[in-house]
Each structure stands twice: as C-alpha cells, then as structure tokens.
Design a binder for this molecule. Structure first.
Ligand SMILES: Cc1cc2nc3c(=O)[nH]c(=O)nc-3n(C[C@H](O)[C@H](O)[C@H](O)COP(=O)(O)OP(=O)(O)OC[C@H]3O[C@@H](n4cnc5c(N)ncnc54)[C@H](O)[C@@H]3O)c2cc1C
Length: 411
C-alpha cells in the first residue's frame, strides 16, 4: 500500500502515473476515509482491484483518531460484517460494552417500554467508541494489496464519462477510475457534483455527548428518555460509566458545552433526575448539530454513494453506521463478484441492484426514525397524548415489541 500525507509521507508514484486516460488509473476511487470508506476498502480485500482511497485528513489523524464522544451501538449483523473483515478481533475488551436492554421513557411518566434480546442472544448489541472503529478499520487496511491511500488532500472536482470517472485533488493532481464511490459525509460535495439531489432536513437542535461516571449501576440498560423540552439518552459502558446524550435547541446546547466540568456534571445529574445518582463528566463534551439526509439516488453514471453520503440517519435509533457498513458490504459484494467474472464494476445493472438493495434496507428505518423523532419531540398536548398511547400500545402488542427488537438487533 502506498501512502501520501500532507507532510510529504512516502510518495510512490508520480503525477503522470495517476492521470486519466493513460491506462494508469485505478479501478475504484473511494472519496472519504471515514468508517464507511475504510470499511468499503477493507471489504474489497482479495478482489484484485486497484483502489485509491482519498481522505482529506492527514495520515496521523487517520492512524490515531481522537475520541469524538460517539459510542456506536453496533448490531449483531454489523459485528458479523466486522468479524468477516478481520476487524472485530482487533477491538480490546475495554472497547466493547454489552447492550442488554433498551428502555424508552416518555415525559414525566415512570412507565418504560422495554426491549430485550430474549432467548435469541445475551445482548441486543454492543457499544464501541467511534474513534476505535475508525482506528481499527485503518489498521486493518495497512498493507492491503492493491490499495493506495492518499491522505492529507481532498477531492475538489469530479467528472464522470461513459468509460471512467476522473477526480481532481485539492493539490491539483488528477486520478481516474472505472468506479467512484463517494463516502464523504452527509453533506457530501461529491454527491452534489454528481448531480444527485438529496433531502436535507436541519433540525435546529444539537446533541451534546460526553462520558459520565455515576454512583448507580446501569445494568447494561440503555435509556432513551423523551422528556418534555429535552431528549436524553444514557448508553451503558463498562463499569459505572455511561455515555450521556442530551438533545436541546442548538443555542442551549452551546451554553451547556461552555460550562466547566463541575457545572456540566451537576446539570446532567439534575436533567437525568438523579436516576443514576450523582454524575461526573469524564473527558470533554462534544457537540453535533442535528441534520438528517436521504439521497434521491444512491448511484449515478460510474459512481455510487455509501455510508452517510447515501443516508444520514438521526442518531436516536443508532443505525447510521450500521446502515453505512451494510451499504459498504453490499456494494463490495456486487463489485467483487462482477470483477471475478471480468464484468463492468460500474455497469448500470450492478449499480441499479446496489441502489435497490440499499433502498430496501434503509427506507423503512429512515421513515420510522423520522416518525419517532417528530412525534417524541413534539410537546403539544395532542402529541403528548399520542406519545403515551403509542408507548402503551407498544408494550401491549408483543409483535410490535418483537419487530422493534429485531430492528435494533438486526441478526
Ligand atoms: C452523536 C452521534 C451518535 C451516533 N451513534 C450511532 C450509533 O449508535 N450507531 C450507529 O450505527 N451510528 C451512529 N452514529 C452515526 C455514525 O457516526 C455515522 O453514520 C458514521 O460516522 C458515518 O460514517 P461515514 O464514513 O459515512 O461518514 P463520516 O464519518 O462523516 O466520514 C466522512 C469522511 O470523508 C472525508 N471527506 C469529506 N469530504 C472529502 C473530500 N472532498 N475529499 C476527501 N475526503 C473527504 C472526511 O474528512 C471524513 O473523514 C452516530 C452519530 C452521532 C453524531
């Protein structure tokens, strides 16, 4: 694997080697080395394809990403995909926290709708810090045959034709490939350049996430509390440690994020009604403005979208990366089998099959998540009644609970 960093790390080619139309291009260019882009690269291991992965962040950041506060709830299906890629075994015991039960609370009511794995498994899923997912995925592609990693420069421009996709890097170099895969985040510029329209909804709210140590035991239970005027989730980590996820209007979150650690700890303890006793913030708080996105198409001529670039989920149902990983695995499977038959890895039939499969996987989840957010963040009296009724109905109807549990677990 060749690597190029912003600060002049190894440079194993010259610009002419990578220019388009000379036969020296790549089979695939991946735009973005976030978790989805890296997972896609990893899933192509053994395909024999020449891949360029372009990531704007410097190599040192990719190799050692800083904690970003996100604790990713991984489904069993995602754990299976990461295992088959040889990534799961790279996690330390400390990285993985079991999620045994999820409870949903509404307003001031003590009633909780509970989801547990039942006899199917000992846990609903696992929580793993996002920076460790990024780091282990990065480590897993080290030395991967056929993969060239270009870090420290982004993709500035994209052109697709009948035979190839050509990209211009921010440092002026050009690359060409048979297939361009965009994994450059939910606010993807490349998606725009491909002419793919996208539904983007900015919610005007932000999430504050941070680790908290607490007096009480969480018992491996995640709680999603749709209070009146705030939404607060507590995700169980190893020991008496949880990830606190607080959603409020953006300005209010900015105010809280500026508090000193003691004042923020007091605020979180109070806002969580001391359910876990006194809480103490560990490390720093991170803020994420909330926006959800859904691309109208997941493919264009010689190009495909994966990860958040295809579907930017609301974090409340914890499915963003799970879906992103699934999109990477689905596309990689189609590309690998087509390459083995010496077919066109960017053929319109392949791209249509990918789009159909990922739409089927993502559209119901996206719609259900939107509905949940819209209903459970609406504090007007009719909505409050509907919130109570739907939660009670969910508890009374085992098939509803069963299907939500399956959705959470995704075996
Ligand atoms: C608070 C929070 C909690 C979450 N919890 C969960 C959870 O429990 N479960 C779950 O499944 N998901 C969760 N998610 C969602 C998950 O974090 C995302 O779905 C995932 O990180 C998206 O990965 P990605 O690779 O698609 O995009 P990103 O992580 O956004 O990566 C995109 C990459 O592309 C690079 N890039 C951008 N533009 C260019 C360019 N022009 N050229 C080159 N590189 C470029 C960027 O530098 C970046 O590295 C959560 C999200 C948040 C905010």
């Amino acid at each position: 694997m060749c690597q190029s960093g912003a600060h002049g790390t190894e440079q194993a080619w010259d610009a002419d080697d990578m220019s388009s139309g000379t036969g020296h291009g790549f089979d695939i260019i991946i735009a973005g080395g976030g978790p989805a882009g890296l997972a896609f690269a990893r899933a192509l291991d053994g395909s024999g394809l020449r891949i360029a992965l372009v990531e704007r962040q410097p190599l040192e950041t990719l190799a050692d990403p800083a904690p970003d506060g996100r604790e990713i709830a991984l489904t069993h299906r995602s754990a299976g995909i990461l295992t088959s890629m040889g990534v799961w075994s790279r996690f330390n015991d400390d990285d993985v926290a079991p999620l045994r039960e999820a409870r949903v609370l509404n307003g001031p009511s003590p009633f909780a709708l509970s989801f547990a794995s039942g006899q199917a498994a000992d846990r609903l899923g696992n929580l793993v810090p996002n920076h460790r997912i990024r780091q282990t995925l990065f480590q897993s592609v080290q030395g991967q045959e056929g993969l060239t990693l270009l870090a420290g420069t982004g993709i500035a421009g994209v052109r697709t034709g009948t035979e190839a996709a050509t990209v211009t890097l921010e440092d002026g170099r050009t690359l060409s490939a048979r297939l361009l895969v965009a994994a450059d985040s939910r606010f993807s510029k490349i998606r725009d350049q491909l002419g793919i329209a996208t539904q983007i909804k900015r919610l005007g709210k932000s999430m504050l996430v941070c680790r908290v140590a607490h007096e009480g035991e969480h018992g491996g239970v995640a709680t999603e509390w749709f209070g009146y005027g705030q939404t607060m989730a507590m995700l169980p980590l190893n020991g008496r440690l949880s990830s606190a996820v607080l959603t409020l209007p953006a300005a209010e979150i900015e105010r809280l994020a500026a508090l000193d650690p003691t004042a923020l700890s007091d605020e979180l303890t109070r806002r969580y009604d001391r359910r876990l006793g006194a809480m103490t913030v560990v490390g720093r708080a991170h803020v994420y403005p909330l926006a959800i996105t859904y691309a109208h198409h997941f493919a264009a001529r010689r190009a495909a979208l994966i990860g958040d670039t295809a579907v930017g989920m609301h974090p409340v149902t914890a499915h963003g990366f799970n879906l992103g990983l699934q999109s990477a695995a689905t596309l990689a499977g189609l590309v690998t089998s087509t390459a083995a038959r010496r077919g066109d890895i960017a053929g319109s039939l392949l791209l249509r099959r990918y789009e159909a499969a990922h739409r089927l996987a993502s559209a119901p989840l996206y719609a259900a998540t939107r509905l949940i957010v819209e209903l459970y963040t609406d504090d007007r009296p009719p909505a409050r009644l509907a919130r109570t009724l739907t939660l009670r109905a969910g508890a009374a109807l085992p098939f509803v609970r069963g299907s939500v549990t399956r959705m959470l677990m995704q075996h």
